[in-house]
Structures are given as C-alpha cells and as structure tokens.
Design a protein around this ligand. Structure first.
Ligand code: NAD
Length: 348
C-alpha cells in the first residue's frame, strides 16, 4: 500500500513540481492538503482526486492525528514555519519530509530532530539533488576514484529576485538571503560529492546599498569551505544576477562539470580527462528519471520498510551549522573553525 501524504502549503514548489511528482510515485500518494486558501485547495483536490473532506486549513493541522490514512506530511512552507509544522506533525504521529533549508537556526534543526526521534518518526530533508541520477552517477565515480583525489569544487548558484515584499527577502521568515535559499545547494553538493565535512570556513556577504530587496537579507555571499584532506569548495551565491547554477568538481585526474547543476530538470554532466595527450570530454546521458519522484519514492519506501532515510535531519543541521559559521566569518572577517558533526549526517 502506498504511503499516504498530506501536502502542507500549496506554493510554487508544491504545485509545480512535487504534486506532479507524487502522482508518478510508486510508493507514495497524496491523500490530504493543508492550505490557507480553500478555493485553491479544492481546485487542487479535484485535480488529484483528493476528497474535499481532506482539504484542511492551517488551523486544523492537528486534526491530521485523527486521519489514519495520512502517514506523513510534506512541508512546503516558508522556512520559519518548518520547525513548528514538523514538531506538530511528529506529535500527531506523522513522518516528515521537510523542504530545505531545514530551518533558520541550528537550534531549530535540533528541536526538529528531537521531536521526530521522540515520536519514533522519520524526518527527511528534501535535498532533491542527492536523488538526481546524474549526481548519483558522479558520487559513484568519485568513490571509485575515477576523478583521482578530489582537489577543488567551484560553484555558482544565482538568480534574480523581484518583489521586495516576498517572504524570501524577510529575515524573520527566510533566515537569510541568497545563502540559505540557493547557496545551500553549493554547500550540500560539496559535502555529498566529497563525502567529507569542512573544518574551516571563510565567508563574505554583500548587499547593494539602497536596494529595497536587500534591506534585511544578503544579496550575495562568497565563501570557501576547507576540508581536512585539503579539498576545498569555493562558492558564490547571488540574488541579483542572471540565473546560473553550475559546479566544477576537479580531481587530480579528471574534472566533472555540471551546468546546470541545480535545476529541477535538464541538468547536464560532463567529464573531462586527458586521453592520448589531449583533453577529452564525455557527456553522461541524463536518462529519463525525475529527481523529485526518486526523492519521494525513497522517502516512502524507507517508511514502508522502516529503514533510515538518506538525507535525515542531521544532514540539514550540518548545512545550517556551516551557514551559521559563514555568517560568523562574514561578521568577524576571520576564518571560522568547525567541529565535525556529532555523528553520521547521511543514511544509506
Ligand atoms: P511559495 O511562496 O511559492 O509558497 C509558500 C506557501 O506557503 C504559499 O502557498 C503560502 O501561501 C504559504 N504560507 C503559509 N503561511 C505563510 C506565511 N506566514 N507567509 C508566507 N507564505 C505562507 O514558496 P516556495 O517556493 O514553494 O517555497 C516553499 C519552501 O520550499 C521553502 O522552504 C523553500 O526553500 C522550499 N523550496 C525548495 C525547492 C527545492 O528545489 N527543493 C524549490 C523551491 C522552494
């Protein structure tokens, strides 16, 4: 039987990507919607064959506890609500798939982990890139030493923000600006591709004076993560530049380019190495899989089989610790040392 999911928040990511991906899932099924906009909820419910009685307002969220078909929630709300909606879901006995960034502070991430652990429920963070087939192929190549020892990761994730009133530009709602929203992809990729954790970070932030969009949160952030092996990640994220989503992972013997690297669809992976004295580039075929569906199927099959998820709360907490250190470095102008995470951050 497919795992019943309540989708919480019907914004862009839920409507445009996740609901269609749930429809293609073999292991999960959307059985309830939670939204502040009843008309939108009823329209989406009709589209996906969800009964009208299973369209709830936020104020009725705790009623999920009385809906046994709902085994889990998918939280697609602004970042500052991830904590509250995760904790209440765990109390209602539901497993949680929560959007990134996990929360706005490391302390909030820890509360979410504790609440789910106490309730004996899974908590997974929606790090979709870790379920993207091309990223999986690249991780396998790295582990098989096909690139040689890893030396450098360089990445950009940028886009242009419009409306200054958007929640993403409010510190209390978003936690920060470009860094937690899109810079997080660079941090997470450097970590999961290398399998290492950074021991030092250096960062700097910038906002154009007088730009109404960046009164509360940073416009751009540049940072370096240094890892114990000598591997480094040099990254830039920007909320006021043309969309650009790429990385190059450079090893001793070859490099991998992904451009786009963080797109929902149509990512491209190329490997370049020297063959017969000349650089030779090979494109890895993308296949037809969808990262969102792969992520959902992973989450649901872990629930069905009672197995550990690949991207648990600990993975979200570690990115948050790193972002906290980047902000601290930007404030102080110094390199900030980071202790390793308390335990494993990633499941199988
Ligand atoms: P959005 O603004 O399109 O949707 C947010 C939804 O939350 C809206 O339906 C809004 O009505 C609702 N909402 C409830 N309470 C609110 C409040 N107090 N203030 C504002 N809105 C409120 O945002 P989105 O782009 O769908 O992002 C939602 C979450 O998903 C964020 O955490 C974001 O970081 C994450 N996200 C992840 C990806 C990804 O690729 N994994 C992509 C986009 C967004």
């Amino acid at each position: 039987e497919r795992v019943g999911v309540a989708v919480v928040g019907l914004g862009r990511i839920a409507i445009d990507e996740m609901l269609p991906a749930f429809q293609r899932s073999k292991h999960a099924k959307v059985v309830a919607l939670v939204t502040g906009d009843r008309d939108k909820g009823l329209k989406v419910a009709r589209q996906y064959n969800i009964p009208e009685s299973a369209v709830l307002d936020y104020k009725d969220y705790d009623k999920l506890a009385q809906m046994p078909d709902v085994k889990s929630v998918y939280i697609a709300l602004p970042n500052h609500l991830h904590l509250e909606y995760t904790v209440r879901a765990a109390r209602a006995g539901k497993h949680v798939l929560c959007e990134k960034p996990m929360a706005n502070t490391a302390a909030e991430c820890r509360q979410m982990i504790d609440a789910c652990r106490k309730a004996g429920r899974q908590l997974m963070i929606a790090y979709r890139s870790q379920y993207e087939a091309l990223d999986r192929t690249l991780v396998k190549m790295v582990r098989e030493k096909k690139l040689g020892a890893l030396k450098e990761f360089n990445s950009v994730n940028s886009q242009n923000m419009g409306d200054p009133q958007h929640w993403r530009l409010k510190k209390a709602l978003a936690g920060g600006g470009a860094l937690p929203d899109i810079g997080i992809y660079c941090i997470n990729a450097a970590r999961f591709l290398s399998g290492e954790e950074p021991s030092e970070v250096f960062g700097s932030i910038w906002s154009t004076p007088g730009d109404a969009r960046f009164r509360e949160v940073e416009e751009s952030c540049q940072f370096v993560l240094r890892f114990p092996s000598g591997f480094s990640a040099t990254c830039s994220t920007n909320y006021s530049a043309h969309k650009s989503q790429m990385f190059r992972l450079n090893g001793f013997e070859a490099w991998a380019d992904m451009d786009p690297a963080y797109a929902y669809h149509g990512n491209k992976l190329r490997i370049t190495r020297v063959v017969d004295g000349k650089d030779q580039t090979t494109e890895i075929p993308a296949g037809k899989t969808n990262q969102f569906t792969l992520m959902i199927d992973h989450f649901a099959s872990c629930i069905q089989q009672n197995k550990d998820v690949h991207t648990p709360g600990e993975e979200g907490l570690q990115d948050q610790r790193i972002m906290d250190a980047i902000y601290e470095s930007a404030r102080s102008g110094r390199v900030v040392k980071l202790k390793p995470p308390a335990g494993k951050t990633r499941g199988p």
